[in-house]
Design a binder for this molecule. Sequence first.
Ligand code: NAD
Ligand code: UDP
Length: 346
Amino acid sequence: MKVLVTGGTGYIGSHTVLSLLEAGHDVLVVDNLANSSRESLSRVQEISGRTAVFHAVDLLDEPALREVFARNSGTEGSHSRIDAVIHFAGLKAVGESVSQPLRYYHNNVSGTINLLRVMDDYGVRTLVFSSSATVYGESNPVPYIEKMEIGANNPYGRTKEQVEDILSDVGAADSRWHIALLRYFNPVGAHESGRIGEDPLGIPNNLVPFIAQVAVGRREKLMIFGGDYDTPDGTCLRDYIHVMDLSEGHVAAVNHVAQKAGVFRWNLGSGIGSSVFDVLHSFERAVGHELAHEITGRRAGDLPAFWADPSAALADLGWSTSKTLDQMCQDHWRWQKNNPQGYTTA
Ligand code: NAD
Ligand code: UDP
């Protein structure tokens, strides 16, 4: 297939571009480089020996997006035509979404509406969307199952929920759409080559990138947000998933929905809850020494514990995770150690 990947220079996008190329698909990337570097695609080319065609386009610029589809239109099934879209492009920082809600709704929701309009006009109706476990909100019991009611508790999460609603409505109105809503849990790690990985701008919000920057000497110590939760060691539990398992989940999903019309929801997680200390100790094993840390107050909005029930993805897609927390930390560390300043090192 010829697959257009929006947000394809970003963290999960670049790993998925690699998996798609390695699976034999042709890949086009659209990204505005708001939170990423073109260098990621050069590295993907170096690893795979294949090239993804890059277009520096903002989804909010509908005419420019239309031009990409116009240049890749053709009769159905022909080599020149886009067959499917995997849609990663979006802003993702929860705290920033609270202080800049309009920017988040505009970028994530309006950007998606532009994409859907252009896809529809060009008859491309197969879409895989990056949703998030954050849509499950605060009131569901764990593990999370796809059929549960959703209700996010912050603007970022609500952009995901709104796009899920829009896609459900689009699929209900027109049975020619083939849509996968993938709810990711906590993606970490990097490709085992250590050539591509997560390169956050500024101070990392997420646990593993923060630990990695402590390990490489860019931050003094990890602040653990809360040690008094009702969990085995007092810290929060999350479902960490290796980014290569996640990228392979996208290949499985796009292959599946390409053959099947409708709107489908799948959790992409491991089904295992790991604590902040589990992650810290695993990263310390990868690095080979202890890392400075301190327990501080709880972070507003954090849930004590959640993880996926990933059985639907296994049953429908034949997909499940294969990599352990130790492999996630080893691979994340290899990337960070070899690229202490991320892609700017290059
Ligand atoms: P990322 O920031 O590395 O990648 C997103 C990419 O989208 C970036 O390259 C950015 O430049 C691009 N982008 C943003 N707005 C755009 C626009 N208007 N037009 C074109 N490009 C645009 O983030 P990621 O971690 O790879 O996440 C990918 C997707 O997965 C996002 O939608 C995110 O919300 C979702 N997600 C991420 C996580 C996570 O923990 N990383 C968890 C659940 C869901
Ligand atoms: N966390 C932490 N210190 C940090 C970043 C995160 O203790 O600097 C904790 C956070 O409270 C949560 C877990 O690590 O319990 C995972 O946080 P992350 O932001 O990576 O994922 P999310 O909370 O969005 O699932």
